[in-house]
Design a protein around this ligand. Structure first.
Ligand code: GAP
Length: 444
C-alpha cells in the first residue's frame, strides 16, 4: 500500500462508514475537533470499556473515579500548567497566521528581516517567538472578570491527585494502590493535524499508581511492560509498537523518567500512551499550595511519607486511531478487491451481520428473528439489500467479524452459515447455538 494516500483512504472510509465526522461540518468545520459516528462511538466505547475492565475490575488495588472537568484555578498554578504548559509561537503580522516556533516550514529567523511566513510568503512580518499557554480559559459565574477565570482541564490526572485522600479513606485501600479515570481533556493545540491524532478536545484514560518512595522504579518498570502487553492483547500488530524513552531534555516538568508507547502510523512513529514517573512532584505541590497535609500514614510501619506516582496516560481517541489504522487492509478475494477492517472481534463496532440469502421463501423472517435474538447481547446489522457478496463487503469495511446467512438449508434443518471475516471460512452452526458460538469468539 502506498503510504502517501493510505491516510486519505482511511479518513474517507471513516467518514463514509460513520466512524468519524468533522465537528460542525455544515458550518465549514471547527479546526481539529471531531465527532464520532455510529461505528466510531462503538469502537471507542469498546476500547474504553476494555481499559476500564483491565484497570478497575480485574485488579483489587485500583479504584475508579470521575472528576469534574472544571477545577479550582489554583490546581493549575500548583500543577505548573499556568506557568509551564506553553509553546513558543510566532505570528505573521501580514496574514495573521500563527505558527509554532519550531515549525519546519518557517524560513529565516522570526523577529528578524529574513523571517519568512510559510503562508503569505512575506519577509520581515514574523514576530519573535512568544510563549502561548495551551489551556482553554472560560469564566465561571455571571461576570467576565479575572477573578472568575477557570480552565478546561488539559489532563485528567489532576482530578485524581486532588481526590487521592478521599479515595484512600473511602475505599480503605493502602499504598501501593491506584486510581483510574476516563474523561475529556482540552488543549488549544496550535499545530493540530493528522486527522484525530492531535485534537483540541480529546479523551484520556489515565491511571495514577501511588507507591512508597524507593519502590517507584520497580513499579514504573512493571507498568511499562503491562501497558505494552495490553496493546498487543487488543490485537495491535506488535512490530508496529515500540517504546521511546525520554531523554532528559524531553521530560515534562513533573517527570523523573518517562517512556512513550509509539505506533508506526502512515505518517511516522508517534506516541499514543505515556508512562511517567511523576515522583512526589504533584502531591508535593498540591500540599504546598492548598496547605492541606497529603501525607500517607502507613498503618503497619507507622511511617509517614508523600507517595510517589507512576502514571499511565493513554489517549482514547489516539488509541481508536491506532486501532483503525492497524485494522485497515486492502486485499484481493476471489479475484475481487476488498477493503477490510480486521479489528480484534472484542473491539469491532458491530459483531455480526445477518443476511437472508434471498428476499423470499420466509428467509427474511427467519433472519430477522435470528438478528433479534443476537441483539439481546451484541450489536448486529441486518441487511437484505443487494447480492450476498456486496453485503459481505459492506460488513468487511465496517470490520464486522462474523456474517450469518440464512439459506434454503436453514428452512430444513435450522442451521445457518457463519462466515469468518478474516479466513473467509464458512461454518454451519445450529441457529439456537449461534449466540454462544459468537459470544465465545468475541470475548477478549
Ligand atoms: N497526564 C499526562 C499527560 O497528559 P501527555 O503525554 O501530555 O501526558 C498523554 O498526554 C496522552 O494523551 C498522549 O499519549 C495522547 O494519547 C493523548 N493526547 C495528548 N494530547 C492530545 C491531543 N492534543 N489530541 C489527542 N490526544 C492527545
Amino acid at each position: 500500500m502506498a503510504t502517501a494516500n493510505v491516510m486519505d483512504k482511511i479518513v474517507s472510509l471513516a467518514k463514509r462508514r460513520g466512524f468519524v465526522f468533522q465537528s460542525s461540518e455544515i458550518y465549514g468545520g471547527l479546526g481539529s475537533v471531531w465527532d464520532y459516528g455510529p461505528l466510531g462511538v462503538e469502537l471507542k466505547r469498546n476500547l474504553k470499556e476494555r481499559w476500564w475492565r483491565s484497570m478497575v475490575y480485574e485488579r483489587d488495588d485500583i479504584e475508579g473515579i470521575d472528576a469534574a472537568i472544571l477545577m479550582h484555578p489554583k490546581v493549575w498554578e500548583a500543577s505548573g500548567h499556568v506557568s509551564g504548559f506553553t509553546d513558543p509561537l510566532v505570528d505573521c503580522k501580514q496574514c495573521k497566521n500563527r505558527f509554532r516556533a519550531d515549525d519546519p516550514r518557517l524560513k529565516g529567523t522570526p523577529g528578524e528581516p529574513d523571517g519568512q511566513c510559510p503562508v503569505c510568503g512575506t519577509k520581515g512580518n514574523l514576530t519573535a517567538p512568544r510563549m502561548f499557554n495551551l489551556m482553554f480559559k472560560t469564566f465561571m459565574g455571571p461576570v467576565e472578570e479575572v477573578a472568575a477565570v477557570v480552565y478546561l482541564r488539559p489532563e485528567t490526572a489532576q482530578g485524581i491527585y486532588v481526590n487521592y485522600l478521599n479515595v484512600l479513606q473511602s475505599s480503605r485501600q493502602r499504598v501501593p494502590f491506584g486510581i483510574a479515570q476516563i474523561g475529556k481533556a482540552f488543549r488549544n493545540e496550535i499545530t493540530p493535524g493528522n486527522f484525530t491524532f492531535r485534537t483540541r478536545e480529546f479523551e484520556q484514560m489515565e491511571m495514577q499508581f501511588f507507591v512508597k518512595p524507593g519502590e517507584d522504579e520497580r513499579w514504573f518498570e512493571e507498568w511499562r511492560a503491562a501497558r505494552m502487553q495490553w496493546h498487543v492483547d487488543v490485537g495491535i500488530t506488535p512490530s508496529k509498537l515500540r517504546f521511546h524513552p525520554h531523554a532528559p531534555d524531553e521530560l515534562a516538568h513533573y517527570a523523573k523518567a518517562a517512556f512513550d508507547i509509539e505506533y508506526e502510523f502512515p505518517f511516522g512513529w508517534h506516541e499514543f500512551e505515556g508512562i511517567h514517573n511523576r515522583t512526589d512532584f504533584d502531591l508535593g505541590r498540591h500540599q504546598e499550595h492548598s496547605g492541606k497535609k497529603l501525607e500517607y500514614l502507613d498503618p503497619v510501619t507507622k511511617e509517614r511519607f508523600l507517595p510517589y506516582i507512576v502514571e499511565t496516560s493513554l489517549g482514547a481517541d489516539r488509541l481508536a486511531l491506532v486501532a483503525l489504522v492497524d485494522a485497515y487492509r486492502e486485499e484481493e478475494v476471489e479475484g475481487e478487491p476488498r477493503v477490510v477492517l480486521r479489528f480484534h472481534p472484542a473491539i469491532a463496532p458491530i459483531k455480526v451481520g445477518v443476511f437472508p440469502l434471498v428476499k423470499k421463501d420466509g428467509m427474511p423472517e427467519v433472519a430477522m428473528r435470528i438478528a433479534a435474538d443476537l441483539r439481546r447481547e451484541m450489536p448486529v446489522f441486518y441487511d437484505d439489500g443487494g447480492s450476498i457478496g456486496r453485503r459481505y463487503r459492506r460488513q468487511d469495511e465496517a470490520g464486522t467479524p462474523f456474517g450469518v446467512t440464512v439459506d434454503g438449508q436453514t428452512l430444513e434443518d435450522q442451521t445457518v452459515t457463519v462466515r469468518d471475516r478474516d479466513t473467509l471460512q464458512q461454518t454451519r452452526v445450529a441457529a439456537d447455538q449461534l449466540r454462544a458460538f459468537v459470544r465465545t469468539r468475541i470475548a477478549g
